[in-house]
Design a binder for this molecule. Sequence first.
Ligand SMILES: NC(=O)c1ccc[n+]([C@@H]2O[C@H](COP(=O)([O-])OP(=O)(O)OC[C@H]3O[C@@H](n4cnc5c(N)ncnc54)[C@H](OP(=O)(O)O)[C@@H]3O)[C@@H](O)[C@H]2O)c1
Length: 241
Amino acid sequence: MTTAFVAGATGFTGREVVRALVEQGVRAFAHVRPDSPRFSEWQKRFSEMGALADSTAWTEDAMAETLGRLAPDVMFGLLGTTRARAKAERAATGKRVDYETIDHALTALLLKAALRSGHRPRFVYLSAAGTPDGDRPPLSAYGAARWKTEREVKTSGLPFVIARPSFIAGPGREDDRPAERFGVAVADGALRAAGVLGMRRLSERYRSTTNTALAQSLVRLALDPAAAGRVYESEALRRCS
Ligand SMILES: NC(=O)c1ccc[n+]([C@@H]2O[C@H](COP(=O)([O-])OP(=O)(O)OC[C@H]3O[C@@H](n4cnc5c(N)ncnc54)[C@H](OP(=O)(O)O)[C@@H]3O)[C@@H](O)[C@H]2O)c1
């Protein structure tokens, strides 16, 4: 039986990845951060889906031990913060919380732990549309964290899949994200017009997707041996959902 470890399982995309894995008959371990105030709720939700919640601490030693024990065939890195969430978390904990410490550093920790675990899981990394392939990092902190993380995934030595979706929309997000909703509305509206004007490629790349469609694509790619070592842009992800 295939085994998967999902980091970022409590997220809008992560929870649907866990569900899709179970539907495909995969033994799914859904990571919930140990200090989560919603740990019991998530444990119940994942158990009802047919998955197992795991609360390994966010340290390289603890994660390497867990991955060594669970021996996943595939791992998902679906982590990320937002400016608003990072600000709230900084105020509550006094710790440094930003795109570098969450989006980049936690994914980098997962890669190192996987390499130390003695196994060679395929690593599925959820990046973002617009991340460049070249040697120059984007100017934004968000873009730079994505760019740096993608490079580390590509050079990790693990088989990998990188997904670059545009906006992830759909019902059921718990936190209000007005800027993101506005972005979806503008992008989808403008891109519909762009499609009409013949700029089909731009439209395919940047229009929004849903968490459920994206999760289906990620799981399909995770389980397809031919998908390894490739970067999937929005349009390619949509084709395999
Ligand atoms: N949203 C979009 O439109 C969009 C578009 C393209 C790419 N992406 C990227 O895709 C990824 C997933 O997006 P999403 O919308 O599914 O994300 P999401 O719903 O915000 O979920 C983020 C995940 O990261 C975890 N996380 C956040 N802060 C953490 C911290 N301090 N310590 C440990 N874990 C932490 C969350 O855990 P808790 O539940 O415990 O907080 C959650 O599991 C993100 O990296 C995002 O940048 C998003």
